[in-house]
Design a protein around this ligand. Structure first.
Ligand SMILES: *[C@@H]1O[C@H](CO)[C@@H](O)[C@H](O)[C@H]1NC(C)=O
Ligand SMILES: *[C@@H]1O[C@H](CO)[C@@H](O)[C@H](O)[C@H]1NC(C)=O
Ligand SMILES: *[C@@H]1O[C@H](CO)[C@@H](O)[C@H](O)[C@H]1NC(C)=O
Ligand SMILES: *[C@@H]1O[C@H](CO)[C@@H](O)[C@H](O)[C@H]1NC(C)=O
Length: 446
């Protein structure tokens, strides 16, 4: 049997693989300027080719009244701090606005004891390890800014500023508990046969309702079943979780409660809508799903109040919205034309640009170079993504991944700024185990 040390090193590696190892289809001539001043051919799924001219509205019913395509240009980039819950080491964090705070949810999490990797994690037990965890971030007053404090570098956290996070996680139960039957008796979803149900959230909770202090959100999580580096199920089913705010009278450390709505909301071999990313715009919640390895992305939508009712969803198939559901991951009618660069990232909507935005990294890349693409509609046409910076990578096998935008920090000024983080991965100690940090940067747009 795999030693526990090897196992946990592997588990972390797997998280990285999950985050980055899905190749995208070729996009042709590489990076292209977001500027649409020249005429270019855009091919859509199904081989149809359409002409895109000037700042016009290439297709999608915009007509001549449609706004010009947004063209984000970076004005400045500044390091803010490390997103830091002092006794957690963890992978792949995304966030959502949560009342007067930010809720940050991450993947594989190790619980440190006095700022040290818990000895028992590496010495034969699975204590202090879960597939997901969550924290709150407080805003600085006044304004939509993270709280930033000095940090004295430690052996795992070599930064001098931190964005403090807090919240009381269980050491044994993940934020998203494994559905029954998926080796749910331990925090890692580790099974007696050496396989693992790794319930890794790929996107943060989507808030569908906020009534006073009662916040309701949902998260779609793939039931990834893995052994070693191999996915035992190529396109797994998807569990739907409901996330509800803690009562007002609860301690500030009390995390939202999480309830499994349906362990098989999407079935195996269906497109995992909602797992890859979500956006609420107007009356719709849009849900992106990405197929295994092929990196095809499709989009569905539902009214936020109907999230739990699968009969209420509609799907973008063959260039139009309708109630027909794709037959499965290989239904080419559902595949979108490059809605982003195919790697880990975040979809959000910017009112000031009247645009959907995707910010993230290239598929198959563990180099933390953030890219951006925009579109007037959830389904497209998307601009070719362009690189907007190059974050420092760590010295582990996967230097940096899980680039995530944090639109919930600055919801009213997204046309002027965005906070972006990623997972920086360094090897540490004689066993070269991976140490995870979450540096965050602030971008302003011209
Ligand atoms: C972990 O186990 C090794 C080998 O059994 C032992 O030498 C070491 O002291 C243990 N470390 C801790 C911190 O318990
Ligand atoms: C910590 O970061 C500083 C500045 O980036 C760097 O010079 C130093 O080598 C780092 N220290 C360690 C132990 O990695
Ligand atoms: C989808 O296509 C891929 C590549 O041909 C294949 O490996 C996979 O089994 C197919 N999945 C389904 C559900 O048909
Ligand atoms: C994923 O796709 C790439 C190229 O598209 C291929 O080289 C690789 O073998 C595939 N991996 C798996 C596990 O199917």
């Amino acid at each position: 049997m795999l030693s526990i040390t090897a196992l946990f090193t592997l588990l972390f590696s797997l998280a990285a693989v999950n985050a980055t190892a899905v190749p995208r289809r070729a996009e042709g001539g590489g990076a292209v300027s977001l500027s649409s001043s020249s005429s270019s051919r855009i091919s859509r799924s199904g081989g149809e080719a359409l002409e895109k001219r000037g700042n016009g509205w290439p297709f999608g019913g915009g007509g001549s009244n449609a706004p010009p395509q947004a063209n984000p240009q970076v004005a400045s980039v500044n390091f803010v701090g490390n997103l830091q819950d002092p006794n957690l080491q963890r992978d792949s964090c995304g966030s959502t606005r949560w009342g007067d705070r930010l809720l940050v949810v991450c993947r594989d999490t190790e619980y440190l004891v006095n700022q040290d990797i818990a000895a028992d994690v590496y010495n034969g037990t699975q204590a202090g390890f879960t597939s997901s965890s969550a924290s709150y971030m407080d805003f600085a007053f006044p304004g939509d800014k993270p709280t930033v404090e000095p940090w004295t570098p430690t052996k795992y956290v070599n930064f001098t500023t931190q964005v403090p996070l807090y919240g009381s996680n269980s050491l044994t139960v993940p934020f998203y508990p494994n559905p029954p039957g998926e080796c749910a008796d331990n925090g890692a979803g580790a099974c007696p046969d050496g396989s693992r149900y790794a319930l890794w959230p790929d996107s943060p909770p989507t808030v569908t309702c906020e009534l006073g202090d009662l916040i309701t959100a949902y998260t779609w999580v793939k039931n990834s079943h893995i052994k070693g580096l191999t996915a035992l199920v190529q396109d797994p089913s998807v569990a739907l979780y409901k996330v509800t705010s803690a009562p007002l009278w609860a301690n500030r450390d009390t995390l939202p409660s999480v309830e499994l709505v349906n362990g098989q909301f999407w079935q195996e071999n269906q497109i995992p809508f909602g797992d890859y990313g979500t956006v609420i715009q107007g009356e719709w919640l849009y849900l992106y799903g990405q197929t295994s390895n092929q990196s095809h992305i499709a989009v569905a939508r539902v009214h936020p109040q109907d999230v739990e009712d699968v009969s209420q969803y509609s799907y973008y198939l063959s260039g139009q919205w309708g109630s027909e559901q794709p037959t499965g991951v290989n239904d080419t009618r559902a595949w979108l034309d490059h809605p982003g660069a195919g790697g880990q990232g975040t979809y959000y909507y910017v009112d000031g640009w009247q645009s959907f935005v995707w910010l993230g990294q290239l598929t198959n890349s563990a180099t933390p170079n953030p890219r951006i693409a925009v579109s007037p509609a959830a389904e497209g046409p998307w601009t070719e993504s362009v690189q907007i910076d190059a974050f420092p990578g760590g010295d582990y096998f996967f230097p940096g991944y899980s680039i995530q935008a944090h639109p919930g920090i600055t919801p009213l000024t997204l046309d002027k700024e965005i906070y972006v983080s990623y997972t920086k991965d360094d090897g540490f100690g004689p066993n070269n185990f991976a140490v995870y940090n979450t540096p965050m940067y602030h971008f302003t747009w011209q």
